[in-house]
Design a protein around this ligand. Structure first.
Ligand SMILES: C[S@@+](CC[C@H](N)C(=O)[O-])C[C@H]1O[C@@H](n2cnc3c(N)ncnc32)[C@H](O)[C@@H]1O
Length: 324
């Protein structure tokens, strides 16, 4: 997946003039903080260098994961066309860009962010979007200041992308309740595709089902998750690496796979898929094995061969994350 051209150009402008070696050093330090899931009371992005490193190496990946999650919602809810959005822990405004790419009628977005440098960077990028009204608010979502920032009017689309992992575990349930209250239609949570990220997603899933939410994606059922450690539910989005991205990461490949876990719930029921492909398909001559999570709450591998006719053709065309 490529960044939208306007975002790509805005990112390139923001980082132009920075030495690749400085970006690479800041990117390495940032990646290390994310990898360790360090929660030491300091925001990971606290300086201009941190913010620019994020733009160069993380934004393309989080954009791809959020955009892929939105595509799954789009498939399950053809009638969903959000006009208003709320993004919590907006960072450089990644979810805003993905939302307007998926739903061009988006007209009014509120973005809440704690880091002043990230907010400034996101505000500059957001001036290039086609969304007519974008409002930024500074708030710490771990405190009551988030209530004022969220406001009273529920929003069609509420997003929390790559944020739960930065919050203390005891903050999460209250924040989720507040976000569900603020959701007029659909709430989307995206996390890194690690076992720890998935644990946060299934905890949120249980709380939101309890609150009456309808599952939109990825689960084709509201039964208990059939996966058990060491297995975990995650997906992959292929991200095109720009030259800058490769330089900042000292990487040679022109792409990378961003692993992510996500959950989309709504106040309205979605059309339930029969199953979702939850691992990369294994293809052989005339046969394909899919790992499926099914509508009846079960999960497991299923072999499809040419003898299955049309069903085989659909299985062959499917990919990791496809709803069947
Ligand atoms: C990994 S970044 C994700 C940014 C963006 N959502 C994305 O997907 O690219 C996590 C964001 O959450 C913000 N954040 C972390 N703790 C926060 C808090 N207590 N209150 C508000 N924002 C917070 C960080 O400053 C950062 O912008």
């Amino acid at each position: 997946m490529e960044l939208p051209p306007a975002l790509r150009a805005a990112v390139d402008r923001a980082v132009s003039g920075r030495r690749a070696a400085d970006l690479a050093a800041a990117a390495a330090a940032l990646s290390e903080r994310y990898r360790q899931e360090r929660r030491d009371g300091r925001l990971h992005v606290a300086s201009d260098d941190d913010a620019l490193a994020y733009l160069a190496v993380r934004l393309p990946a989080t954009y791809a994961a959020v955009r892929a999650s939105f595509a799954a919602i789009n498939q399950a809810r053809r009638d969903f066309a959000p006009k208003t959005a709320l993004d919590i822990g907006a960072g450089p405004g990644t979810a805003l860009w993905a939302a307007v790419d998926c739903w061009p009628a988006l007209a009014d977005a509120v973005l809440v962010e704690a880091s002043p440098v990230f907010r400034a960077c996101g505000e500059a990028l957001a001036r290039e979007t086609s969304v007519p009204r974008v409002t930024w608010r500074t708030a710490d979502v771990a405190t009551d200041t988030v209530d004022d920032a969220i406001g009273d009017a529920p929003r069609d689309l509420v997003t929390l992308a790559y944020v739960l992992n930065e919050l203390a575990p005891d903050v999460r349930p209250r924040l989720l309740r507040r976000l569900w209250q603020a959701t007029a239609d659909t709430l989307v949570i995206v996390e890194p595709g690690t076992p720890a990220g998935w644990q946060r997603i299934i905890a949120a899933r249980a709380e939101l089902i309890q609150a009456g939410a309808c599952l939109v994606a990825p689960c084709p059922h509201a039964c208990a998750c059939p996966l058990a450690p060491p297995d975990w539910c995650h997906f992959a989005a292929r991200v095109a690496r720009s030259r800058l991205h490769r330089l900042a990461k000292a990487a040679e490949l022109s792409w990378e796979d961003e692993k992510f876990s996500y959950l989309a719930v709504s106040r309205r029921p979605a059309s339930a898929a029969a199953a979702r492909v939850i691992a990369r398909p294994r293809k052989g001559s005339g046969r394909v094995t899919l790992k499926l999570c099914r509508q009846d709450g079960s999960a497991g591998e299923q072999l499809f061969s040419r003898r299955d006719g049309e069903v085989f053709k659909r299985a062959w065309r499917s990919d990791w994350g496809t709803a069947l």
